[in-house]
Design a protein around this ligand. Structure first.
Ligand code: FAD
Length: 431
């Protein structure tokens, strides 16, 4: 059987962006090889949650990705909170008569909260991609062209691989982005947002004993001055995922290393003005914690492609995590790239630049909006956004408006529109 496409694609990076794209391309019979620097696939042992747009995008990529998600995802445990995204709580408010911190307001959406353990999702997703199409231990160093128009990927181990097109899914410190924008462009490197986060997982039984069942078994955000904590159940309700964010005017000590080791005592000191129930919850974390610097692409990339090289996921639009949408947008990218590359008019490598140009036009403004909006909403949670402060009515309105932009989108329509644009471009009616 002759191949459907007369070109091959290299994906660099096997995180959520790279793996979902690889699965989506392979299932559309598009020749693809995935290059990953690590010796195996690996996600960190932390939680991630997905909003309705992300779930739609999974289905467009491959039904199996959606099924993997359904297998491992955990929703709010209370049926009455089925559609709740987060209950927002004023960390300084008085507890109600039954000892629970009162809800300031609730944000809901069509799917409610969907939390999962990253590593469990990855374990399911990798089953959908043939092992023989993955090259581990391949850290991309730079890209050149051979005389015949093939791209050459040079890896740290001294090896070289050729391909017709490269999609960089190599995360926030992307080498592929550097190859596109140039190593000295302001978007070549990520920017510290002056927020950092402690992340941890707590057995649900212990969490319930600390903050009560309502707070522990359903997604909750504890808003405070220059800090906030979010929690949601993962692991089918057996575990509580906790992320505690803090704003700091100090610079991050080492831009090369986005994590540092921290101590529980440090965290407890920083959140000492929170009420006793939350403090009890924090005390359940390990005494040694990793602290994650929150970097983003605050200087937006002027383009997501150059010739037959493009970027997707965090490589293109790494965002702070305050909308809980970064990974979801990675999957949106994968859905669009897969649908464009699968278009019947895309047959040879000559059409690939038009595919990437269309992807750039259709994705860049939405993705870069997220980066900016996420910073803003993070400040809203911390009662520090200009003109919003600790006015909960305004905070609620900001979240609703912005979450609507993220979630209320039809991903199939987004892809269909992009395909129309691609066809116009290929027929020469669009520059
Ligand atoms: P990565 O996960 O960084 O993967 C990049 C891959 O490329 C890695 O496997 C790496 O080893 C490989 N690589 C890197 N360089 C090279 C190279 N030169 N050569 C070869 N391989 C290379 N998003 C949500 O949607 N919901 C959430 O709830 C959420 N919570 C978050 C909480 C925190 C604290 C943080 C920091 C982020 C959160 N996000 C969330 C964002 C989400 O984690 C990211 O958007 C997503 O994981 C990015 O995936 P990626 O595949 O683009 O990049």
């Amino acid at each position: 059987m002759s191949p459907v496409k007369d070109f091959d694609i290299a994906i660099v990076g096997g995180g959520i962006a790279g793996l979902t794209l690889a699965i989506a391309l392979n299932s559309r019979s598009i020749p693809v090889t995935l290059y990953e620097q690590a010796a195996s696939f690996g996600e960190i042992g932390a939680g991630v949650s997905f909003s309705p747009n992300a779930v739609q995008a999974m289905k467009v990529c491959h039904q199996g990705i959606y099924e993997a998600f359904e297998t491992v995802c955990t929703r709010n445990l209370w049926p009455s909170k089925e559609k709740v995204w987060f209950d927002y709580v004023d960390a300084y408010s008085d507890v109600t008569s039954d000892g629970v911190l009162a809800t300031a307001f609730t944000i809901s959406n069509s799917l409610g909260q969907n939390g999962l353990h990253r590593a469990h999702f990855l374990d399911e997703a990798v089953k959908l991609f043939p092992k023989q199409l993955v090259r581990f231990g391949k850290r991309l160093q730079n890209i050149t062209e051979d005389g015949s128009g093939r791209l050459m990927m040079h890896f740290d181990d001294g090896t070289v691989a050729k391909t017709d097109a490269i999609i960089g899914c190599d995360g926030i410190k992307s080498r592929v982005r550097q190859a596109i924008v140039g190593p000295d462009h302001s978007s070549a490197r990520p920017v510290y947002t002056h927020k950092y986060a402690y992340r941890g997982l707590i057995p649900m039984e212990d969490a319930c004993a600390a903050v009560g069942e309502e707070r522990a078994q359903n997604a909750c955000m504890y808003m405070g001055h220059d800090k906030h904590i979010l929690t949601f159940p993962v692991n089918h309700g057996k575990t509580l995922n906790l992320v505690a964010f803090r704003t700091s005017s100090e610079d991050w000590p080492d831009a090369q290393r986005l994590t540092r080791s921290g101590e529980l005592d440090e965290l407890l000191h920083e959140f000492e003005d929170y009420g006793p129930a939350v403090i009890k919850l924090l005390k359940l974390l390990d005494p040694k914690l990793n602290v994650w610097a929150i970097f983003d692409l605050g200087y937006p990339a002027p383009t997501f492609y150059k010739g037959r090289i493009c970027i997707s996921g965090d490589a293109a639009h790494a965002t702070s995590p305050h909308h809980g949408a970064g990974a979801g947008f990675c999957i949106e990218d994968s859905a669009m790239l897969a649908e464009l590359l699968a278009d019947e008019q895309v047959k040879s490598r000559h059409e690939l630049e038009a595919v990437f140009a269309t992807y750039d036009t259709e994705r860049r403004s939405r993705a870069q909006w997220l980066v900016e909006s996420s910073r803003w909403i993070g400040d809203c949670y911390e009662l520090r956004a200009e003109g919003i402060g600790n006015d909960f009515t305004k905070i609620e309105a900001e979240i609703k408006k912005r979450n609507g932009i993220i979630a209320d989108i039809n991903i199939e329509e987004m892809c269909a529109r992009a395909k129309d644009e691609l066809r116009k471009r290929l027929s020469g009616s669009c520059e």
